[in-house]
Design a protein around this ligand. Structure first.
Ligand SMILES: *[C@@H]1O[C@H](CO)[C@@H](O)[C@H](O)[C@H]1NC(C)=O
Ligand SMILES: *[C@@H]1O[C@H](CO)[C@@H](O)[C@H](O)[C@H]1NC(C)=O
Length: 257
């Protein structure tokens, strides 16, 4: 009797693993990005915005028109608007400290594709991210200090200041770009800030994620409470210490680790 039962369970287990072998696909799961030989650009953009795809250097060639249409059409502006709308709703609920704790309620903003738009550069030289990033030509563009504001970010910034937040700009641009960055921010309407943090010589070779999380840790140790953080890259937002709320702006043109 005992023998029969254990034989049955052995047979059942064998049948079970047989059927598992049947259902586990030998090929990778379809990622919904490829449809035949072409890329489904909507799925690709979703994967980009959610940080499911990482370390990509250029947009898929077949998505050039898609990205161009998205960036120039109403969708990009509407998506940026939605980010600002959710951010201000949250910011208005934050209770700002008074007395000895006053002046330490911080909101961090990244600069490129968060406050300032480099679309004029990406439209021409950068090919909407279809070309490998060229640091030389990008730095030439930065030196011109000609990037316009992202309108919804400017509106949000203007609403945020009177609430009592200390605004901190934190950018992957380097310290030698400070004056052109300041000039550009002022010209675009971002005239006040508590701090403008750029990469120093000690930050060379660090990922943006490491550099920015180290600076957030330093801000916290200096007494700041980071209520909000706005950025177009996950590397602006991810890793500890995190802001209480992080707000991701869209950017399907490039990836920064
Ligand atoms: C803001 O506070 C109100 C009232 O407490 C609450 O109903 C609402 O959900 C809050 N909104 C956000 C975005 O936190
Ligand atoms: C990068 O930009 C510089 C300056 O505009 C240009 O001289 C150089 O040819 C570019 N490099 C590539 C690989 O396109």
């Amino acid at each position: 009797m005992f023998f029969t039962l254990s034989l049955i369970s052995v047979l059942a287990a064998a049948a079970h693993s047989q059927s598992l072998r049947g259902i586990v696909p030998k090929v990778p799961y379809p990622k919904n990005i490829l449809e035949g030989d072409t890329v489904n650009c909507e799925s690709w953009k979703f994967a980009v915005e959610t940080n499911n795809i990482r370390s990509w250097t250029t947009i898929p060639t077949s998505c050039l028109k898609y990205v161009q249409d998205y960036m120039n059409g109403p969708r990009y502006a509407a998506d940026c608007n939605a980010v600002a709308g959710y951010a201000i709703e949250y910011a208005q609920n934050v209770s700002i400290s008074h007395g000895s704790r006053a002046g330490k309620d911080a909101w961090i903003f990244d600069v490129d594709e968060t406050l300032l738009s480099n679309l004029p550069y990406y439209k021409t030289v950068g090919g909407y991210g279809s070309k490998v990033f060229n640091e030389t030509s990008f730095n030439e563009w930065v030196a011109k200090a000609a990037a316009p504001a992202i309108p919804s970010s400017l509106k949000f910034y203007r609403q945020l200041l009177p609430l009592g937040f200390r605004v901190i700009f934190m950018t992957g641009r380097s310290e030698d770009q400070r004056s052109s960055t300041e000039k550009n921010l002022k010209a675009a309407g971002f005239g006040f800030w508590e701090m403008l943090i750029l990469r120093g010589s000690d930050d060379e070779g660090k990922t943006a994620e490491l550099y920015k999380s180290e600076r957030r840790a330093w801000l916290e140790s200096s007494g700041y409470k980071i209520h909000g953080n706005s950025g177009d890259q996950w590397s602006d937002l991810a890793c500890t210490p995190l802001a209480t709320r992080s707000f991701k702006l869209p950017n399907p043109m490039y990836y920064v680790a």
